[in-house]
Design a protein around this ligand. Sequence first.
Ligand code: DGP
Length: 114
Amino acid sequence: MPGCIFCDIVAGRIPATELYRDEDFLAFRDIDPQAPVHILLIPLRHIPGLSDLTPDDADLTGRLILTATGIAADQGLDDAGYRFVVNCGRQGGQAVDHLHLHILGGRQMQWPPG
Ligand code: DGP
């Protein structure tokens, strides 16, 4: 999608610290980490956000979560715990309109989130 920074990262036009890539997903370090571990997992396909998912995306959505849990395990976060965040829309805190799941860990999380 022209103008999408995460599509540019997928295509290698913007550099990022990639941690994982397969035929459907890419994980890379967040440029502005909010925790010692802060990774973004995105579908390679441009899906603007959660509310754009359709029933046809059910398998992709399930594998997004399972891929994220695998990355969290690889990062050594299983014992201490971690948090996934998906912001949706401006009031939900979404700044980049390419679906992404934040994997946050390495510190005590707070509740409620800001
Ligand atoms: P959100 O607010 O949920 O849309 O989060 C967007 C995240 O994307 C935010 O934590 C910062 C991160 N981000 C924005 N631009 C870039 C970039 O060019 N490179 C990387 N690695 N992360 C970015």
